[in-house]
Design a protein around this ligand. Structure first.
Ligand code: HEM
Length: 537
């Protein structure tokens, strides 16, 4: 069969050459071979001779069309492009380069290189990437300058003894809010309490008229629910109210829908896809920004209940003379990281649980006693953090569904993984390449294995397990993310019987084709419909 196909291809090629020589002019006939010869010489020079002369430089994954390089592969299926590059260089996991729209991007696939990169602030900078994202998000040039201009050391407002620009100070403010301590306890209490209040049978029934969460219900108390909508609505609503107070959603009931529409297409923002091809994302982003601008324009006493971080950021931005539209764009970046990932992890865990009834029963048995003894949402979440099976499922899910990426700009020559990386380029860590490493996670690394981390708890500390990044930009939201996800699961499993509405329906597939910078969503339309029955407690 293969020989037949090859013969057919050769025959077609031969026919093409004959037809071409018969129909083409003298100039085309001379120009064509010259073009082909130039392309072959360029490729030989660039990908064979040059690397031989510069053995210390990171090698480039070869390509045929200058400038275009790997652009299509990168946007159509970036993970496969990284895998292709890693395997092309014999899985050595040394840094290699790909070309995307004329720019060279170095790709790191070794855990040791990723760790080294995330700690390096001398040759690698992150601020330029953040400024670029702020501009894409809608911040004005003046707003960006005000966020990044050096300030006089001051102890008025948020202490800034080193006179850091507000852009850098805000990273510190995020850590103060989200790392364990009083500020996190307060925020978490509000957020987790809202999960407790939302997960009731009445709320499922109430959701019925909108037909998004509850798809159908029957008089015997059963309700068919979209797992995706149920989790997304509960967690996004809880986070929005906990961070901004209830005024934001009360005045903009469409915010969650607009944000979700933006989030689904947000890769277009990260990769700066021009407007004509990213209209839906741009419109959803603008509607979300309008809601946040109106929020900051309304009198502060009309929006009580915002968290410490939002209050401090607002005070500091006003003191720096930043306009409300720019304040909205800055906080939209925060809203995006707060709400873009954790609910998707929760969705995948619940999808795995309803797929495997034994796993579902084991986890339910483990969490039920915790739920019955815990005195408050915060103590329950602390107890759930100590449930070995549940935490192992959380870690394994994170490993399988994460597509997080870290990006830095190189400002001076840098040696990483034994290779020289040149300034003026970007370096990128696609964490999925490391999280799927068979040498670390075993031969079945590509698949979900509920007990992988239970059998081998040291994997959680392995430098290949970094779904939240590491080093200077190590995700400060990792504590809250775990709390919200485990609380949803603990409460849902102890208040309801939940099972797949159609046992034969296929398990949703990960959306691997669209570029993603965090947790992957399921392929569009591949939700899980579950039947939910309230338990008599
Ligand atoms: C499962 C959920 C989450 C995952 C997988 C995740 C992953 C990440 C990763 C990989 C980074 C580092 C990016 C880089 O190096 O450029 C990061 C940064 C960040 N994350 Fe998360 N995140 C999650 C949830 C959250 C939540 C819930 C919040 C807030 C409540 C949050 C807030 C942040 C912030 C503020 C940063 C920027 C840190 C900095 O630049 O210093 N994340 N996250």
């Amino acid at each position: 069969m293969a020989v037949k196909v090859l013969a057919l291809c050769l025959d077609s090629l031969w026919q093409f050459i004959i037809r071409f020589t018969q129909t083409s002019s003298y100039w085309t006939l001379t120009l064509f071979p010259v073009l082909i010869a130039s392309l072959l010489s360029w490729r030989l020079w660039r990908f064979t001779i040059y690397p031989l002369l510069h053995p210390r430089d990171a090698k480039e994954l070869p390509y045929w069309i200058p400038f275009i390089g790997h652009t299509f592969g990168f946007f159509m299926d970036s993970d496969s492009t990284f895998t292709r590059g890693r395997l092309y260089f014999k899985n050595s996991r040394k840094p290699f380069g790909i070309t995307v729209a004329g720019s060279n991007i170095y790709v790191l696939t070794s855990a040791a290189d990723a760790t080294a990169m995330s700690k390096n602030t001398r040759e690698l900078i992150f601020d330029d990437y953040v400024k670029g994202m702020m501009a894409s998000m809608g911040s004005s040039e003046a707003g960006i300058i005000k966020m990044w201009q050096p300030r006089l050391p001051s102890n008025i407002g948020y202490p800034n003894p080193l006179g850091k620009p507000l852009g850098q100070l805000s990273e510190e403010i995020f850590r103060k809010q989200l790392h364990p301590g009083n500020h996190l306890n307060e925020l978490q209490h509000k957020f987790l309490s809202s999960i407790h209040q939302s997960l009731t049978a009445e709320n499922l029934w109430k959701a019925r008229p909108e037909g998004k969460v509850a798809l159908s219900s029957s008089p015997d108390g059963k309700c068919n629910v979209s797992l995706l909508q149920w989790i997304q609505t509960t967690l996004l609503e809880g986070a929005t109210n906990a961070f901004f107070g209830e005024a934001l959603l009360a005045r903009n009931s469409g915010l969650l829908d607009n944000f979700s529409e933006f989030d689904e297409r947000s890769w277009q923002l990260s990769y700066k896809i021009p407007r004509p091809w990213s209209k839906k994302m741009q419109m959803a982003k603008q509607r979300s920004l309008d809601a946040l601008t109106a929020y900051f324009r309304s009198p502060i006493e009309e929006r009580p209940g915002s968290c410490w971080l939002v209050r401090v950021m607002e005070t500091e931005m006003r003191a720096a003379g930043i306009e409300e539209v720019d304040m909205a764009a800055n906080l939209m970046m925060a809203y995006w990281v707060i709400n873009g990932n954790a609910w998707k992890v929760c969705f995948w865990i619940m999808a795995y649980l309803v797929e495997n009834q034994d796993l579902y029963s084991d986890i339910r048995k483990e969490v039920a006693p915790m739920v019955s003894i815990a005195q408050s949402p915060n103590t329950l979440s602390d107890c759930l953090d100590r449930c070995p099976q549940l935490v192992a499922v959380y870690q394994e899910t994170l490993r399988v569904v994460t597509s997080s990426v870290s990006v830095r700009n190189i400002v001076s020559p840098l040696e990483l993984g034994g290779k020289l990386l040149q300034p003026g380029n970007r370096v990128l860590i696609p964490y999925r390449q490391i999280l799927m490493n068979e040498e670390v996670f075993g031969p079945n690394a590509a698949y979900f294995d509920a007990t992988r981390f239970l059998r081998n708890p040291s994997l959680a500390k392995n430098q290949s397990f970094r779904p939240f990044g590491s080093g200077t930009t190590h995700c400060p939201g990792r504590f809250l993310a775990q709390k919200e996800v485990l609380t949803f699961i603990g409460i849902a499993l102890s208040r309801f019987d939940i099972f797949k509405a159609d046992r034969e329906s296929p398990f949703p597939r990960l959306e691997l084709k669209k570029p993603c910078l965090g947790i992957m969503a399921p392929v569009k339309g591949e939700d899980v419909e579950v039947t939910v029955v309230a338990l008599r407690l």
